[in-house]
Design a binder for this molecule. Structure first.
Ligand code: CA
Length: 147
């Protein structure tokens, strides 16, 4: 139901702005990036795309995304370093790491640096859909407390 169709006297119904949540996909493999962005758009999010660390940092400066899907190995750097930088500048930012060649050390480093999840490629889109939904559900209720 769009806001404009609400009868004026529905005073108790708040008109919620339907602002799409933004998800920044940081992935150098074009086909994977494209496919992630396509799916995110289908699921009702607004995808942003970056192919390396530099453009991801630039993109996050322009508009801070609600969630970042971040590849571990990027042409100009390491996703974990970008994760740390993003998390130190924006403590509430949510980041999901992805990699095709993850070691247990990488996974630990990612989790210690504040990643929500560490996913192995190939990414299962149905699984990702639930993970993204869960990650973004908590955005409205404010930053999660860390224990
Ligand atoms: Ca990569």
């Amino acid at each position: 139901m769009s806001c404009s169709r609400l009868p004026v006297d529905y005073g108790l119904l708040r008109c919620q702005r339907s602002v799409k949540k933004t998800v920044l996909v940081v992935e150098d493999e074009k086909l994977i990036r494209w496919s992630l962005a396509q799916n995110l758009a289908l699921w009702g999010y607004e995808p942003m795309e970056a192919g390396d660390v530099a453009s991801a940092a630039e993109s996050a400066l322009g508009r801070l995304p609600d969630l970042v899907l971040l590849d571990l190995r990027l042409p100009d750097g390491n996703g974990i370093e970008l994760l740390r930088k993003l998390r130190s500048e924006h403590p509430s930012i949510r980041v999901i790491m992805m990699t095709a060649h993850g070691s247990p050390e990488d996974a630990l480093a990612a989790m210690h640096s504040g990643a929500l999840r560490f996913l192995l490629k190939p990414i299962n889109m149905e699984e990702l859909r639930g993970i993204v939904r869960d990650a973004l559900e908590s955005v409205d209720s404010g930053p999660q407390r860390e224990h």
